[in-house]
Design a protein. Structure first.
Lengths: 283, 205
C-alpha cells in the first residue's frame, strides 16, 4: 500500500456547523449570512480558519461569541474584496457610449448607486469616466458596502501599486481619454487617487441582505456581489433594486450573473446581454 | 477487475486541465456521443481577461455544445460546462453553480482545486474526477478531496502529458484509481455511457 504524506488541509466544515455560526452572527450581531451561497461561504470560513490558525469551527464560534471586537475583522475577512478598475472594459464602453447618453436624453442629472462597492475601484472607474465625459458635477453617486473598514479604505482612495498594472491595462482597453496616471500619484508603493474625483460621492454602510431601499436612482451597479447569495436572497435583493430604480433606470450586474431565474425579471428588458445591462420598464 | 462496474452510480464528471490539455479535451469532447448523459464540469486554466473565444474553440470539435454557466444556473444532464474567465466556478448544494471572484488560488482564477473540491462535497462517491496535462499543482488537492469523499480519480498518464506536473502532483497527494492515456479515458467514458443506457434507459427522458 502506497503511503501519502500527511497533507494538512482544513477539515471539511459540516453544514450544521455553518448554521450554528450563522445563527450566532444573526442573533448576537445582526449580520445575516444564512442565505449566502453555501459553497463560497464555506470557502470563506475555511479561509478565516486558516488565516487565524483556528483549528475548528467550534473555535471560531467561541471567538466570535467571546470577543465582540473580533466581529469587525471577521466581517472584513468574510466579505470578498477582490476588485479591479475598469473590470470588463467593453462593459465600461457600453456605459459611456450608450447607458449614460440615454439617460441624459431626458435628464440633466444622473444618480448612481454602487451597491457593494468594496475598496472603491469601480467608483473611481465611474468618476474618471464621468469626468472625461465632462458630466461628473452633474452626477450624484452613492457607494455602499457592508464592511465599514473597506469603505474607509475606498474613501481614502489608496490602491496598492502592484494592482495598477492591471488597472492600467483595463483602462487602455476601455479606451479612456488620457492615461490612468493622470488620476493618481505614486507614494510609498501606493497609488493615491485624485480625491477631487470622489468629493461628491456619498459613502455609506449598508447591508444588502437587509433589503432596505433608501433612495431612487437612474443606475444601480451591483457587479459580482449577488453571486455570494443563494437564489432566494438574490430574489429579495433584486426586488429592492427594482424598487430603488426610477422607471427606465438601469440595473447592471456581473458578466456571468443573470436575471433569468428571478421573480422581477419580467419588469426589466435586456439592453445588452453580453454586458448584463438591464432596463426597468415596469413598476 | 473491471473498472466500469457499477458505473450507473455516477452523477457527474469533473475535468481539470492546464498547459497541454487543450488537444486532450478536444479529443475527449469529440469522441463523446451526442446523447452522453452525465454532466461534465470542466475547469481549464485560461487567460483571465479574455472572455470570448475559448468556448467557441472547444465547440469546433465537441459533439455536445460546451457552455459557460451563469451564476446559480442549474446543472443539467447531457450538458458540458466550462468555468468562465476570471471567475471561480463552484458546485452548490442543490445541483447548481455558484461563481465567485475570490482571491486567486494557485495563481489561478478559475482554480481547478475549487471546482473539484466543491463538486466532491456535493456529489461524494457519485463523482468521477479527471485531471489532465498541466504545469502547476492546481487540482491535486481537489483530487484528494474527491478521493476522500469516495469518488473515482483518474489522471492522464504523465508519460503522455505535454507537461506532467499536474497529474504527478495529484499522484503524490492521494490515491489515483486510474492512470490512463487519453484514449483509455475516452473508452472508459463511453463504457460509463453504455452502462447508464443499459441500466436506466428512461433516465434521459
Amino acid at each position: 500500500m502506497l503511503q501519502y504524506p500527511n497533507i494538512i488541509t482544513t477539515p471539511d466544515i459540516e453544514i450544521t456547523e455553518l448554521r450554528r455560526l450563522t445563527e450566532l452572527l444573526r442573533q448576537k450581531y445582526n449580520y445575516d449570512f444564512s442565505n449566502y451561497a453555501m459553497s463560497s461561504f464555506k470557502r470563506r470560513i475555511q479561509r478565516v480558519l486558516e488565516l487565524y490558525r483556528i483549528p475548528t469551527i467550534d473555535g471560531l464560534i467561541r471567538r466570535v461569541n467571546d470577543e465582540p471586537g473580533f466581529i469587525k475583522e471577521f466581517i472584513s475577512e468574510i466579505t470578498v474584496n477582490v476588485t479591479e478598475m475598469f473590470r470588463d472594459p467593453s462593459f465600461w464602453r457600453e456605459v459611456r457610449d450608450k447607458v449614460i447618453p440615454n439617460i441624459l436624453l431626458n435628464n440633466n442629472h444622473v444618480s448612481i448607486w454602487h451597491a457593494g462597492c468594496s475598496s472603491g475601484e469601480e467608483v473611481f472607474s465611474m468618476t474618471i469616466m464621468l469626468r472625461e465625459m465632462g458630466i461628473l458635477d452633474r452626477c450624484k453617486i452613492v457607494a455602499t458596502d457592508i464592511d465599514a473598514d473597506i469603505l474607509a479604505k475606498a474613501k481614502a482612495g489608496v490602491i496598492p501599486i502592484k494592482n495598477m498594472e492591471l488597472n492600467q491595462k483595463n483602462y487602455i482597453r476601455f479606451q479612456g481619454a488620457h492615461s490612468l496616471e493622470k488620476y493618481y500619484k505614486e507614494e510609498g508603493g501606493k497609488a493615491i487617487m485624485d480625491k477631487t474625483l470622489v468629493e461628491n460621492v456619498s459613502w455609506r454602510e449598508h447591508n444588502l441582505v437587509d433589503c432596505t431601499p433608501f433612495s431612487k436612482f437612474d443606475i444601480i451597479l451591483c457587479r459580482n456581489v449577488m453571486i455570494y447569495f443563494n437564489q432566494q436572497l438574490q430574489n429579495q435583493v433584486l426586488k429592492m433594486f427594482h424598487e430603488s430604480l426610477f422607471k427606465y433606470g438601469y440595473l447592471i450586474i456581473g458578466s456571468k450573473e443573470s436575471l433569468i431565474w428571478c421573480e422581477v425579471a419580467n419588469r426589466f428588458i435586456v439592453v445588452n446581454n453580453e454586458e448584463k445591462v438591464y432596463k426597468k420598464v415596469k413598476d | 477487475m473491471n473498472p466500469v462496474q457499477n458505473t450507473n452510480q455516477y452523477k457527474a464528471i469533473v475535468i481539470g486541465g492546464s498547459a497541454g490539455s487543450f488537444q486532450v479535451i478536444n479529443k475527449i469532447l469529440n469522441g463523446l456521443p451526442t446523447d452522453f448523459e452525465l454532466p461534465i464540469i470542466m475547469c481549464l486554466h485560461r487567460l483571465k481577461h479574455v472572455r470570448q473565444g475559448f468556448v467557441e474553440a472547444l465547440n469546433l470539435k465537441s459533439s455536445i455544445t460546451v457552455e459557460e454557466p451563469d451564476d446559480k444556473e442549474p446543472i443539467r444532464k447531457g450538458k458540458i460546462y466550462l468555468a468562465p474567465a476570471n471567475y471561480h466556478m463552484l458546485v452548490e448544494l442543490g445541483n447548481s453553480f455558484a461563481l465567485s471572484t475570490d482571491e486567486m488560488v494557485n495563481h489561478s482564477r478559475p482554480s481547478i482545486d475549487l471546482t473539484l473540491e466543491s463538486a466532491a462535497y456535493v456529489y461524494k462517491n457519485k463523482l468521477i474526477g479527471i485531471l489532465l496535462s498541466g504545469a502547476n499543482k492546481d487540482g491535486a488537492l481537489g483530487m484528494k478531496k474527491i478521493k476522500d469523499w469516495g469518488g473515482l480519480t483518474i489522471v492522464q498518464d504523465p508519460a503522455e502529458c505535454m507537461i506532467d506536473t499536474m497529474p504527478t502532483s495529484a499522484m503524490k497527494v492521494t490515491q489515483i484509481d486510474h492512470v490512463w492515456p487519453v484514449q483509455k479515458i475516452l473508452q472508459f467514458l463511453l463504457e460509463v455511457h453504455k452502462q447508464n443506457k443499459k441500466i436506466s434507459p428512461l433516465m434521459s427522458k
